[in-house]
Design a protein. Structure first.
Length: 128
């Protein structure tokens, strides 16, 4: 078992192996709880290497590099506020319900109790 982050353990089988840079960034984001990006993306701000914690701030218009210290491709965004949108990518659209109202996502919400009954349905297709 390698001690390297999953996005650097290319080849083989199992979690984290053979990931694309985009998949590695998604996995690192899931693990760290911080917005993550991969080398080659043009995005502004302060970033930390997910493997060695080297911090960088790319020049205006420059793409994120491969980490010069350890060779990692995945960078965590270290500034607060909204998630930056890489150059050339569209900003994500907030989800909406059937009536066009914005939908929020919350973790750790209790669903039991008299005010929020829960029903479970099997065989429901989420994709049309």
């Amino acid at each position: 078992m390698s001690s390297m982050p999953p996005q650097r353990t290319g080849g083989g089988q199992g979690p984290g192996r053979g990931m694309s840079p985009a998949q590695g960034a998604q996995e690192a984001e899931r693990r760290l709880g911080l917005p993550c990006f991969y080398s080659g993306q043009k995005v502004q701000g302060m970033f930390g290497c997910v493997a060695c914690q080297l911090q960088i701030r790319p020049r205006q218009g420059a793409a994120l590099p491969t980490c010069p210290q350890c060779g990692e491709m995945i960078w965590a965004y270290l500034e607060g506020g909204d998630r930056p949108v890489p150059e050339g990518e569209a900003a994500p659209v907030a989800p909406q319900d059937e009536q066009g109202r914005d939908v929020s996502v919350q973790d750790g919400v209790k669903l039991d109790g008299p005010s929020r009954p829960v029903s479970v349905e099997e065989g429901v297709k989420l994709n049309p």
